[in-house]
Write a protein that binds this ligand. Structure first.
Ligand code: FES
Ligand code: MG
Length: 578
C-alpha cells in the first residue's frame, strides 16, 4: 500500500482550499446546495458517475445505488457528489449504443477532469457502459472503482428458464417458424425480464463486468451479485467506503492495470464463454492504458481456457444461478493456474488474496477444465479468422456455432443494408439453401456507422419452417453476446473503407475453415483487382452531428473502434483555475 497522502495533495483542494475569489465562489456555491462548510471542506471529493435513466431498464436501480455509495463515502470521511452521465441503455438507443461508447468515455473523462473530483465510483453495467466508463477513468487516471449494476433476476416462462436476449431471439425464430402463437409471444413479453439489472445471460454486460472484476477494477466478486439482491446495495456502500481510502492511498487505474491484469481479464472472458463484443472493448481499453493487447492474444487465451460456465447462451443456467454457485470468485479459483495472482486490485489486496478459498457450490453451473461446458476440441469462446475476405481479422464464437459449419464452402448471398436483407430473406421464392453463406456489409464502425449488432443475420423464413436454425453468416457488424450461431463478425477492414468484403458478389464461393483460422472468397486475384478498380466509397451518411465526428475518427474493429484523438496515453493537463 502506498503512503497516505496529505490533504493538500488532493486535486479538489485546488478548487476548495484557495484563499482567493475563485476559492470563495467554489465554497459559496457548494453551500448554496445546503452543505455545511465542514461537510465538504478537508474531505476527498468523490464523483459518483451515474448512468441511471428511465430509458435504461438495466440501470433502473442505480439512483438507489448512488445513495448507498454516498452512505459509504460519508462514513469514510469523504464528500460524495453524484454526476449524471449518458446511460447508453442497450435496447432503446438507436442506431446502436456502440455509436455512443466513445461519447460516454469522453463524458466520463471530462466530467472527472473539469470538476473538483479526487476519486470516482462508476455506476454502469449495460453493455457499452462498462468499457466506456472505464476508458474514461483509465485516461483520467484518478482512483476509481467500477460498481456494476448486476444481472437481473432469473426469468421463467411456462416452467422453462428464460434468459434476456437469448430467448427473445429463440422464440422469435419459433414464432416465425409457426411453432408458437402470437398470443404466446405477447405473454412472453411481460414475463421474460422480472427485475432491474443487466441481461441475466452471458451477454456483453456480464462478460464485461466479469472481465473488469477479474482485472481488479471492482470490489472482488461484485459483478456476480444480482441487481436486486440486498448484497448489491451493501456492495455499493462498500465501494463508497473504499474509494475514500483509495484516494488517500492514491491507488489509480495505472497502478492496477498492466498486460498481466488484462490477461487475467481474458481468463474470465474465455471461461465464461463471453461475448464477441469484448474483443473490441478490450483492445480499446488496453490502448487507453498503454497496454499492448491484440486479437491474437485473445485467441491464444481462448485456446487454453474452455467455456466452463454453464449459463445461456452457451449453457443452460442464468446469472443468478452463477451467483448462487459461487460467482466469479469461485470460477477464477478453479482457473487460478492461468492467472497472475500477484496483480493488485481496488480493494488493496491481490487477485490471489481475493479468490483464495472461494468455494464452488454447484459444479454443474461452474465447471472446471476437466468437464467444461464446451471442450476446446468442440469450440472456443473466440476465434480469429483471416484471409482474403478479412486481412486484418474477423472474429467468431465457435462454441456457439454448429460444428458442421466450422469447415464450410458455400455460395454467398450479399446484402448492402439490413432493410433489403430482411425483406429478401423472407421471400418464399428466394433461391437459398442452408449451405448458402449470408453476408451483410456496410455494418462496420464507419459504414453503419457505429458497428451495430446486426451480425446475427436472420435465417430465411422458409428455411426456419424446414427446421434450419443455423447458417454461416458474415458481416462487418457485431452480434449481441446473448445470441448464438455460426456468425463471423467484425470483418476488418470493413466494406465502407474498401475492405475486401466490399468486393464480394452474390454467387461467389466463400470458404470458412475455423480450424485453420481462415475466411476466404474463392475469387481469383485478377478479378479481385478488377472489382477493386471499379469500387467507389459511398458518401458519408452524416454531414453534421456526433455521427459525423464518429465516422471521421473511429478506428477499425481490430483496433478497438476508439477515436484517434482519444486512444493512447498522452498527458492531458489538469484545468487551470482562474
Ligand atoms: Fe442492458 Fe442486456 S440490455 S445488459
Ligand atoms: Mg447485449
Amino acid at each position: 500500500m502506498k503512503k497516505r497522502r496529505d490533504l493538500s495533495e488532493l486535486r479538489s483542494q485546488r478548487w476548495f482550499a484557495s484563499d482567493d475569489m475563485r476559492g470563495f465562489a467554489h465554497r459559496q456555491r457548494t453551500q448554496q446546495m445546503g452543505m455545511r462548510r465542514d461537510e465538504f471542506m478537508g474531505r476527498p471529493v468523490i464523483g459518483i458517475i451515474n448512468t441511471w435513466s428511465e430509458m435504461s431498464p438495466c440501470h433502473a436501480h442505480l439512483r438507489d445505488r448512488a445513495e448507498a455509495v454516498k452512505r459509504g463515502v460519508w462514513q469514510a470521511g469523504g464528500y460524495p457528489v453524484e454526476m449524471p452521465a449518458l446511460s447508453v441503455g442497450e435496447v432503446m438507443v438507436k442506431p446502436t449504443t456502440m455509436l455512443y461508447r466513445n461519447f460516454l468515455a469522453m463524458e466520463c473523462e471530462e466530467l472527472l477532469r473539469s470538476h473538483p473530483v479526487d476519486g470516482a465510483v462508476l455506476l454502469g453495467g449495460c453493455d457499452k457502459s462498462t468499457p466506456a466508463l472505464l476508458m474514461g477513468a483509465i485516461s483520467m487516471d484518478i482512483p476509481a472503482i467500477y460498481c456494476p449494476a448486476g444481472p437481473m433476476s432469473n426469468g421463467q416462462w411456462r416452467g422453462m428458464k428464460t434468459g434476456a436476449g437469448t430467448h427473445t431471439k429463440k422464440y422469435w425464430d419459433e414464432l416465425r417458424a409457426g411453432n408458437i402463437t402470437q398470443s404466446d409471444w405477447i405473454d412472453l413479453e411481460s414475463r421474460m425480464t422480472r427485475s432491474a439489472g443487466t441481461c441475466n445471460t452471458i451477454g456483453t454486460a456480464s462478460t464485461m463486468t466479469s472481465i473488469v472484476d477479474a482485472m481488479g477494477l471492482t470490489l472482488p466478486g461484485a459483478s456476480s451479485i444480482p441487481a436486486t439482491d440486498s448484497g448489491h446495495p451493501r456492495m455499493a456502500s462498500a465501494c463508497g467506503v473504499r474509494i475514500v481510502e483509495m484516494v488517500w492511498e492514491d491507488l489509480k487505474p495505472s497502478d492496477i492495470l498492466d498486460r498481466a491484469s488484462f490477461l487475467n481479464g481474458l481468463v474470465a472472458y474465455m471461461a465464461l464463454g463471453g461475448s464477441t463484443n469484448a474483443a473490441v472493448h478490450l483492445v480499446a481499453m488496453a490502448r487507453r492504458a498503454g497496454v499492448d493487447l491484440s486479437l491474437d492474444d485473445m485467441a491464444a487465451m481462448a485456446g487454453k481456457v474452455p467455456v466452463a460456465v454453464n449459463v445461456f447462451p452457451s449453457g443452460e443456467y442464468l446469472m443468478e444461478d452463477f451467483y448462487f454457485a459461487g460467482g466469479l470468485l469461485a470460477l477464477l479459483n478453479k482457473f487460478s493456474h492461468h492467472l497472475d495472482l500477484t496483480r493488485p486490485t481496488v480493494n488493496g489486496q491481490t487477485l490471489g488474496d481475493n479468490i483464495a478459498g472461494a468455494d464452488c457450490w454447484n459444479d454443474d453451473v461452474i465447471r472446471g477444465e476437466d468437464n467444461p461446458v464446451v471442450p476446446l476440441s468442440r469450440g472456443k469462446t473466440l476465434e480469429v479468422l483471416r484471409g482474403n475476405l478479412a486481412p486484418n481479422g474477423a472474429v467468431m464464437k465457435s462454441s456457439a456455432a454448429s460444428p458442421k459449419f466450422l469447415k464450410h464452402v458455400g455460395p454467398a448471398i450479399v446484402f448492402d443494408s439490413p432493410g433489403v436483407m430482411n425483406t429478401t430473406l423472407d421471400d418464399p421464392d428466394l433461391d437459398i439453401t442452408e449451405d448458402t453463406v449470408i453476408v451483410l456489409r456496410n455494418a462496420g464502425p464507419v459504414g453503419a456507422p457505429g458497428m451495430p449488432e446486426w451480425g446475427n443475420l436472420p435465417i430465411p423464413k422458409k428455411l426456419l419452417k424446414q427446421g434450419v436454425r443455423d447458417m454461416v453468416r458474415i458481416s462487418d457488424g457485431r452480434m449481441s453476446g446473448t445470441h448464438y450461431g455460426t456468425c463471423i463478425l467484425h470483418v476488418s477492414p470493413e466494406a465502407a473503407v474498401g475492405g475486401p468484403l466490399a468486393l464480394l458478389e452474390t454467387g461467389d464461393l466463400v470458404e470458412l475453415d475455423v480450424i485453420a483460422g481462415t475466411i476466404n472468397m474463392r475469387v481469383d486475384e485478377a478479378e479481385i483487382v478488377r472489382r477493386r478498380a471499379a469500387w467507389r466509397p459511398a458518401p458519408p451518411l452524416y454531414q453534421r452531428s456526433f455521427a459525423a465526428l464518429y465516422q471521421q475518427h473511429v478506428s477499425q474493429a481490430d483496433q478497438g473502434c476508439d477515436f484517434d484523438f482519444l486512444s493512447g496515453t498522452a498527458v492531458v493537463p489538469d484545468p487551470a483555475i482562474y
